[in-house]
Design a protein around this ligand. Sequence first.
Ligand code: SF4
Length: 263
Amino acid sequence: MTRRALDLVIAALETIREKSDRTPRASRTALARLRNSPVSLSLQEACTFPTEQQREAARNKAHLLAAIRERVVACTKCAHLACSRTQTVFGVGNPDADLMFIGEAPGADEDQQGEPFVGRAGQLLTRILKAMNFAREDVYIANILKCRPDMPAGSFGNRPPTPTEMQTCRPYLLEQIEVIRPNVLVALGAVAVEGLLGTRAAMRELRGRWHTYNSIPLMITYHPAYLLRNQAPSEKRKVWEDMLQVMERLERPISEQQRNYFL
Ligand code: SF4
């Protein structure tokens, strides 16, 4: 970015701050840092320093989420899962996130580490986020189920949650969504959709277009585990196109290179 362009960005942010009723995503500190920054600082980086107001909102939301987490940690509503779990897996990320991802249930890795999406599928989700210019800490990630679905003794792998298990655990997720109130929700895979909306349908009919959950725009896309099983560029492109729609909805800058991934 040239010095002139940087000056224009600073001027625009200052004008929004002073005259608009919209809250600009840049604090006075951020503006000062912009002024003193190398000219190569990207516009996106410049616009994502949280304001004091946003930090305060995040602190309040973090408290509310902590109270829900306490109930989840002690939850034994599904007696069979409470017995088999290593620990509950509540959710992770920015309590004041604009973007929230919803998966189905913890797998073996998540059960061990107490964090959603840390196995191979989770690493792929982190790479997708990076391609969108998000860090994991910028978004919020949670599952419908907070306990790993139990498996027969001696067997490996994971199983999907049952409709009853999802129905039992769903209220915790709804509380999380209510606290975070993201601008966009993304449901990963058909099971997550079923857990969230209570509807079962083929992913090819659900993905790629906007739905609504509780007045929050909801994008449905494939679970990253699907992309690990099916590595065809055409499938990766479908997920990426869904994420481009999410970025557009969030008014995130999109480069030509980003638009052309997997083409
Ligand atoms: S899956 Fe949810 S409802 Fe069931 S025991 Fe775990 S936390 Fe409780």
